[in-house]
Every structure is written in structure tokens, then in C-alpha cells.
Design a protein around this ligand. Sequence first.
Ligand code: ADP
Ligand code: MG
Length: 456
Amino acid sequence: MTSWVEKYRPKDLDDVAGNPTAVAELRKWAAAWQRGRPEKHAVILQGPPGIGKTSAALALAHEMSWSVVEMNASDSRNADAIRKTATRGAVLQTFSESGEFLRTNQGGRKLIILDEADNVFGREDRGGIGAIVETIQASGQPIILIANDYYGLTRRSSSLKRLCKTIKFQAIHDDAMKNILRTIASKEGVDVAPDVLEVIVERAAGDLRSAINDLESLAIGKKAVRSAATGALGYRDREHSIFPAIEEILRSGDARRARDAARGLDESPEDLLLWVDQNLGHEYSRPDDLVRGHEALSRADIFLGRARRRQNYGLWSYASELMSSGVAVARKGRGRGGQLEFPYYLIQMARSRGQRATRTSLAKKFAAYLHVSQTLVLDELLPTIRILFTGDEELRIHMTARLGLDEREAALLLDEPESSHAVKHLLEKAGKIKGSPPAESTGGRLSAFDEEENGP
Ligand SMILES: Nc1ncnc2c1ncn2[C@@H]1O[C@H](COP(=O)(O)OP(=O)(O)O)[C@@H](O)[C@H]1O
Ligand SMILES: [Mg+2]
């Protein structure tokens, strides 16, 4: 399931919308590399998010037939890699695809892309900038740094500014955005009302990635999107208030700050849990931190469940405490400091309220059956369950019978309309075997299902 943003990422420089000057400058710099080693070994692509910087860098490599070493600067492992390159002397050596060093004569031209370069110099990584400067000075390979925050990147190192050619990317014009959105909609076979496009583009304020995400969240699985639908976009506004709170929880390391941040939020604890969960895995780098963090989250999840079942909302505060200060103090090692993410699950929920209820009821059934949390089912297991479900008829029929799946749930797993023949057929077959013992093992897949023969 690739997102539309990835699916429609421009592959060639000519497909990168807007910013013709920036693209021309990139080409010129690359051409100089074909002739030798230009004075500026590196360029900084600078500009707001979602306007094609990363895409342009990748497309340039494609056009030049250069291989690419992509490093995300916010990942601390890459900071180490950068340092190593610098100290080992990158003039003669270059990376292989797997990050090993190759002599240039074995390797050919490789474009080193350091994405989110403004992040590498986060609070905990003072050494990173020096490593990059050394790398650039020594490098025999073209380097592209990408940064949203040019000032944040260059103010700590005047040499960085001096060593790099700066290429500015500008926000995409509304009309260009609309054209791209229209093209995507038509390729996806969705008819999108003009005023819906209007709203999307206005909200995106030049950020094409967010416009495409909005379009996808409104249009996925539909034939047409009418104007009323844009109400669902409200969820994206929440990022602005939630991200700072998530930062406090995952990065402050301070129980009280984390708790205060959670209390100050106008979010249900259920939703906050999803946000923390979505970002914990990227942010905490040490395995023991992850274990402790997830433990706090799953205990929070248990309290939420109890609060709901017993209508005892006093329990909410325990849950909030666990998912904020509990998670904050779980981290002993350093964080990664990367970009925070919107929970994918919430995007899917926003796609359709009906689907939301169905996903929850499905998650409940599988969670009880597999003895795991609903959150785990929703965030991790559903895709696998889906693959098993669609791939094996026998298994599908027994799952449906055993868990008592209804039309909606089966339809969601099959990705078919409720009224479809496939769904009807499945429920009929499941109805027939209900009560009778399951057939022979289905080849050992999803063994938990086989073990549960005498279960609830
Ligand atoms: N100029 C553009 N032309 C075409 N698609 C774009 C452009 N800018 C952004 N996109 C869309 O948004 C996504 C994110 O773009 P990306 O290049 O990663 O942005 P940035 O690096 O500037 O944040 C792309 O995969 C593509 O779908
Ligand atoms: Mg990018």
C-alpha cells in the first residue's frame, strides 16, 4: 500500500513541478561533476517542506545515472556514518549501496544525499556539523544537503555556507498544485469537485506533499468527492498543537513536563496514545528504551479500556499519566530527533467514519483472539491478517466463522464492497461450518489460530 505521495513522486527532473531555476542550477552543477571536481562539492537545497527538494535530488541522480547514497540526517546512525566518511578520507573512497566503502575506481559517481540536514545538528549532536564540513571538503563525490531551515543549518558553521552552493526552492503555485492534484485524481479514477480542490490547495499553502495527502485521505476508495467532504480535513490542523506536546513527551526526558504537555492538549487520551505510539518507535533508539516505552503505552491502553468499559473516566488520568510521563522517563538513551509523524491510523480513520467503527470492531475481535492489544492489531497486525485473509480461502472461511465476522468486517479485510459476491460467498461458507470443528491445519500459517482451537 504505497501512499499517493510516493506513488506520484516525480522520477525525472522534467516532472518536478515549479522551480525551473533551481532545477537548471542543479543540472549545471551536475554537469560540472561530469567534467571533474567542481569548486563546490556540495549544494544545499533549501526551502519549505513538501515542494520537491528530495524528489529533485533523486531525479537528478536518475538523470545522471549516478547511484545514490541516501542518509537521513536525523538518524543518529547516519551521523556516525558521516563522521566515518570524514575521518577515513572520502577523496579516494566512496560508499557502496550498503554503506561500505569502495575505492572510486570501483564505485563510479555516487550522489550522497543528506536529507533533513538541519536536523543533524540537533541538541545532542554537536559533532555532526564538523563531520559534514570535513566530508564536503574531502569528498570526491557530489553531495546534496537538504534543509527546511537554512538559517538553522548555516548559522552554526560559516564554512558550511562557504563550501556549498545554495539552491532555493519555492512553494508551489496554487494553479500548478491544482493541475497535479487533478492529474492524480484522474489517474485514480476519482472525480473531485473543483471547490474541494480549492480547499485542499488553500490549506496546503504551497506544500504539495500535504495537498496530495489531503486528497488521498478524502478520495481513497471513492468514485467522487463532493464539497461536503472537506470537513474531514480538520484532523490535519491538529498537528500544530500536538507535535509540541509529543516532543515534550518523547524528548524532554522530564516526567512533569511530559504530563503538563499531555494535560494541556485538547485530545482524547485514545488519540494521544496513537500519536505517542506512532512516534515512539522512530524516536527511541535503544531497545530497552523501546521496551519500557511500549510497556508504559500498553498499560495506558489497558487503563483506557477499563475506563471505557466501566464508564469510569477517573481511570483516564492514570492512562494519560502512563502515556506521557511514563513514556518520558522510559528513555535512558538518546533520542533520534527526527521528523514527527502523523499517525497513519488516524488518517485512515478520517477516510471514513464507517470504516472506523468496523476497524475497531475487527481489532477487538482479533485482539481478544490473539491476546494482544487492539492498538497492536490496528497498527501492526492488520496488514498481515489481510494478506493471510485474502490469500487463502480455507483460512478465510474459518477465520470468518471462528471470529464471527460480519459483512462489513469481511468486506474491509477483503477490500471489497459489502454487497459484493466475494463477501456474500464468504459469509455463506462460514455460516455452513459454524459450530463444526475447523478443518485441517492451513499449512502452519498464523499458528495462533490453530492453537486456539479450544479457546473462547
Ligand atoms: N515540485 C513537485 N513536483 C511534483 N511532485 C511534488 C513536487 N513537490 C512535492 N511533490 C510531491 O510531494 C512529495 C514530497 O516531495 P519531496 O520531494 O519529498 O518534498 P521536500 O523534500 O521538498 O519536502 C513527492 O513525493 C511528490 O508526490
Ligand atoms: Mg524531503
